[in-house]
Design a binder for this molecule. Structure first.
Ligand SMILES: *Cc1c(COP(=O)(O)O)cnc(C)c1O
Length: 365
């Protein structure tokens, strides 16, 4: 009996446990502590961004970004429709209105649709997802944002380490966010990071994330805050994970290349592309079938104790967002109906990949 193969399980490096033991020894389990500072510094060094705040989740980071952009009840916020709920739920937390924008052939946000949405809706901000670790068309999107005065927030939850034009995704917008949820390319067991070139904004984010406590000996509050900071214990795991991030990216890219090579003879498979001038982290290997039923493949893998999944169901199709404004939609709907995510864990072995490809081939017949 072999063990279950998960989609993208945690993969610890050599030092995480040791750092956690250091935290235990110091008893700075929480709140905050030296590892939070070290974790923030390591993300800054890796991505080249100026300022970073470690938070309890990627969703919390997006929520703070919206708050700091001044998004409030009644405002419109554009967002990639082809994404995960954590990307857009904070729009509702703020009482704002989402304006969903479809994908193009890159699977990521379609700049033309976005421009149309800007013309008609005048959104205050855009939440741009870099899906499955591949960069969106940043040049076009950044210039549309500048032209219409839309504040760019990059949801780089899945794309930590992905590069566009020599720069890290997450560092193009006024804010970027990363996630360290359990299945991301690296994990703290749950966590996120808000990054920005604006150091003052990050200082403000830290305040809002700690109940917006004012500097006074007692607990003084003049504005609404949240309990969104990351604990020192989890940051210790993050420091260890950052040490292996480079290796994890190479391994994810290698897994993608191996799937491609092993399934090369199957003409009806299309892989998620990488836009020009970019280098994704291939967080998950994703593909679409021209003809075959993705659910049949997913079920066949499941029978062999192998986890795979459909692509994200677009937000404009979600009952939660019934009646929401949406620009286009057919491209992401089509991808959703034809695509799957293959297991992409960085600790997988060659034999696992071969077995998965064999089952995929069988199920397609
Ligand atoms: C994981 C993810 C998030 C949210 O991150 P959490 O840390 O789980 O809150 C947001 N957007 C996308 C695209 C994600 O994949």
């Amino acid at each position: 009996m072999s063990d279950r193969i998960f989609l993208s399980p945690p993969h610890m490096g050599p030092n995480e446990r040791r750092y956690v033991e250091e935290v235990f020894a110091s008893n700075y389990i929480a709140p905050l502590g030296a590892f939070v500072d070290r974790f923030e510094a390591s993300v800054r060094e890796f991505t080249g961004v100026k300022a970073a705040a470690a938070l309890s989740s990627g969703t919390a980071a997006i929520h703070l970004a919206l708050r700091l952009c001044g998004v409030k009840a009644g405002d419109k916020v554009a967002a990639s429709t082809f994404t995960f709920i954590g990307s857009v739920a904070p729009i509702l937390y703020q009482g704002a209105e989402p304006v969903f924008v479809d994908s193009d052939e890159s699977w990521n946000l379609d700049p033309l649709r976005f421009e149309e949405a800007c013309e008609k809706e005048r959104p205050k901000a855009l939440i741009l997802t870099h899906l499955y670790g591949q960069s969106a068309k940043l040049d076009e999107i950044v210039s549309i944002c500048e032209h219409y005065g839309v504040t760019l927030i990059e949801d780089a939850a899945e794309s930590l380490g992905a590069i566009y034009g020599g720069r890290h995704t997450g560092t193009f917008g006024r804010f970027g966010i990363y996630s360290f949820n359990g299945n991301k390319i690296i994990t703290t067991g749950g966590g996120g990071m808000l990054v920005s070139e604006d150091e003052e904004a990050i200082v403000r984010a830290r305040k809002l994330a700690t109940q917006a406590r004012e500097p006074a000996p007692w607990y003084e509050h003049t504005e609404l805050g949240y309990n969104y900071r990351m604990s020192n214990l989890l940051a210790a795991v993050g420091v260890g994970q950052m040490e292996v991030l480079g290796e994890r990216i190479e391994k994810k890219r290698q897994i993608f290349r191996e799937y491609q090579a092993m399934l090369e003879e199957i003409e009806e498979i299309d892989w998620m592309p990488e836009v020009s001038n970019s280098r994704g982290n291939r967080w998950l290997t994703t593909l679409t079938f021209a003809e075959s039923d993705p659910m049949r493949v997913i079920e066949a893998l499941e029978k062999a104790q192998i986890e795979s999944r459909p692509l994200w169901k677009p937000m404009h199709l979600q009952p939660l967002f019934k009646g929401a404004r949406s620009y286009g939609g057919k491209v992401s709907e089509d991808l959703f109906s034809r695509g799957i995510c293959l297991p992409s864990g960085t600790a997988m072995e060659q034999g696992d990949l071969e077995r998965i490809c064999e089952i995929v081939r069988e199920a397609m017949r």
